[in-house]
Design a protein around this ligand. Structure first.
Ligand code: DDQ
Ligand code: CA
Length: 263
């Protein structure tokens, strides 16, 4: 082999190596994540003793709130126009209440680390049964024929609305990264809105693949002065017509908002 042919061979090998090392074609770009801000339409009073863990408007117009803390947890019905508490019941023992969702004439309420979900009769606010759950209970909402539960991780778990049996789960991602500590939920039109614990961020999740399709920056919703004595943002209830009610744990106010582009 001549020197020239050897050189050519080496060059060919190097080129082949380069081709092999070339990056794979870029995957399809992720669909744009919408950036939204809450525009406040109205402010309502909210009980500063309510460690809000679940908030949902029933189709008949009653607003339900589940509250937490051991020994202080409640299920309550509020007037959605005034925020006034119409009636309430304590949770049994020292159960730590979490997310709630309405299923026709019943309400499901999670507990945080007590390993049970509670089923209530909506008319009488009487406890029907306690069903065991795996993992922690954080947020809950009803997406048509299934319930969606958050458990403090990056997963949303699905449950049967009658038996509460677990039927599947999906991992939630934003730009390919896991989104953890997903808290209070709201199912709207096949999508899941969720606030992220200890942040002022609300995300909209497509439960079909777990992708976040919108991020709401709700910073400053409660002014700094009133925020001082309060805990984190927690509580999203769809009011219909693109309006939502937002509040937080021990917040003195709830806000009727619309999500608008910006932020
Ligand atoms: N979780 O709602 C995020 C699921 C659990 C929060 C538990 C925080 C307990 C703190 C107690 C503070 C007392 C005011
Ligand atoms: Ca909710």
């Amino acid at each position: 082999m001549t020197f020239g042919r050897a050189l050519l061979g080496a060059l060919a090998l190097a080129l082949a190596g380069c081709a092999a090392a070339a990056p794979a074609p870029a995957p399809d770009p992720a669909p744009d994540v919408e950036r939204l801000r809450p525009t406040v339409l109205a402010e309502l009073p909210h009980d500063t003793d309510a460690f809000t863990q679940g908030l949902e408007l029933a189709p008949d117009g009653a607003l339900y709130e589940g509250t937490g803390l051991a020994g202080r947890s409640r299920l309550r019905e509020l007037d959605p126009a005034t925020g006034e508490v119409r009636r309430e019941v304590p949770l049994p023992g020292r159960l730590f209440g979490e997310g709630i969702t309405v299923v026709d004439d019943r309400i499901w309420q999670l507990t945080w680390q007590d390993g049970v979900a509670l089923e209530w009769d909506r008319a009488g606010l009487t406890l029907l049964r306690q069903v065991p759950i795996d993992g922690e209970g954080w947020g809950l909402c009803r997406d048509g024929g299934r319930l969606v539960r958050s458990d403090g991780t990056d997963r949303l778990r699905f449950h049967d609305p009658e038996s509460f049996a677990e039927t599947g789960s999906v991992a939630v991602t934003l730009d390919g990264e896991p989104v953890t500590e997903i808290n209070e939920l709201e199912c709207v039109g096949g999508q899941v809105w969720a606030n992220v614990w200890q942040t002022d961020r609300i995300v909209r999740i497509d439960p079909a693949d777990g992708r976040v399709t919108a991020v709401v920056d709700a910073a400053g919703l409660l002014d700094d002065q009133r925020r001082a004595g309060a805990d984190v943002l927690n509580g999203i209830a769809a009011l219909g017509g693109d309006e939502y009610l937002l509040t937080g744990k021990l917040w003195p106010a709830a806000f009727r908002v619309r999500f608008t582009p910006g932020g």
